[in-house]
Design a protein around this ligand. Structure first.
Ligand code: NDP
Length: 319
């Protein structure tokens, strides 16, 4: 079977390509710059890559650029989208590539009848940001949608980009008869395959690299292997549909520090929170749908340890 993965050199996508190749798929992978070894070397070294991995050049903002990637594929995994927080021009740097990129990829899917299902890498960013209170007794599930106005007012530009991209995808899929499934992970951690640092792994690196304080933030956390696997299950299981929230646990940074201290007692970790306000509360995220994909989520403790070990191995940190 032939499938394609957009943004294949990224953190999540690299794992997705690895697992797809191991499952025997032929993978057409799009990268922005096929001549940059930092973006391709780790992919070309994967088991099965020599026989079944084909690289293509494609850019989210270039109309028609995904046609050669999508052509002939039964499954399309659209993961490419910028994930940064430090941006000067949110529209140009985040929103346009997220939304126009999704439009571009889905337009290609519409052109080729070989495409049976599209799996979109969305995010909890498109689920949980609507201004409704989130407290330890609140259960967030797939019926929640982030609110673009709330995101704009709160200047949550990355969150807005993912919210608008998913909103666009559902509308386009409905109007054009595309079988779409979305995977909505929270902060993704776990081992890195790529040589460069991605935003969510950097969240862990920042606390083990000698920061004085930890941020007063509460996020959901999930292992990259579970995220990649969920994409494949969502494609392979015929009855899969709609959205799938992927969160093993919601935890405040103070909790992460505590877990890391247990694994690495001699490591200097931040002791204080960055502000004096009460900790941002945790909440719950339903695991009912994701378990229907046959996925039992890897515990946060294991994911954190794997992340640190990988960051050490890749020499982002030394201890
Ligand atoms: P990475 O930064 O590792 O990957 C992002 C990918 O998008 C890269 O391959 C990048 O290409 C590609 N990309 C960005 N802009 C463009 C563009 N203009 N044209 C073509 N490709 C582009 O991040 P992740 O692996 O973490 O993210 C992958 C997906 O998962 C994204 O959709 C993200 O929103 C989503 N996600 C991530 C979470 C996380 O915690 N990591 C949580 C929830 C969702 P290049 O390498 O050339 O820059």
């Amino acid at each position: 079977k032939i499938v394609c993965v957009t943004g294949a050199s990224g953190y999540i996508a690299s794992w997705l390509v690895k697992l797809l190749l191991l499952r025997g798929y032929t993978v057409k992978a799009s990268v922005r710059n096929p001549d940059d070894p930092n973006k391709t070397k780790h992919l070309l070294a994967l088991e099965g890559a020599e026989e079944r991995l084909q690289l293509f050049k494609a850019d989210l903002l270039e109309e028609g650029s995904f046609d050669p990637v999508v052509e002939g594929c039964e499954g399309v995994f659209h993961t490419a989208s910028p994930f940064y927080h430090d941006v000067k021009d949110p529209q140009a740097e985040l929103i346009d590539p997220a939304v126009k990129g999704t439009q571009n990829v889905l337009n290609s899917c519409k052109k080729f009848p070989s495409v049976k299902r599209v799996v979109l890498t969305s995010s909890m960013a498109a689920v949980a940001f609507n201004g409704k209170p989130r407290t330890p007794d609140v259960l967030v599930d797939e019926t929640w949608f982030s609110n673009p106005d709330f995101c704009r007012e709160s200047k949550l530009w990355y969150v807005l980009s993912k919210t608008l991209a998913e909103e666009f995808a559902w509308k386009f899929a409905k109007e054009n008869g595309i079988d779409l499934v979305s995977i909505n992970p929270a902060m993704v951690i776990g081992p890195l395959l790529q040589p460069t640092l991605n935003t969510s792994a950097a969240a862990v690196l920042n606390i083990i690299k000698g920061a004085n304080t930890f941020p007063n933030l509460t996020f959901g956390w999930v292992n990259v292997k579970d995220v990649a696997n969920a994409h494949i299950q969502a494609f392979e299981i015929q009855s899969a549909s709609g959205r799938y929230c992927l969160v093993e646990r919601i935890a405040h940074y103070s909790e992460l520090v505590k877990i890391l201290h247990g694994f690495y007692p001699s490591l200097t970790l931040p002791e204080k929170c960055a502000d004096d306000k009460p900790y941002v509360p945790t909440y719950l995220v339903s695991k009912e749908k994701v378990s229907s994909l046959g996925i039992e989520l890897i515990p946060l403790e294991v994911s954190l340890k794997e992340t640190v070990e990988s960051l050490k191995e890749k020499e982002f940190v030394n201890f």
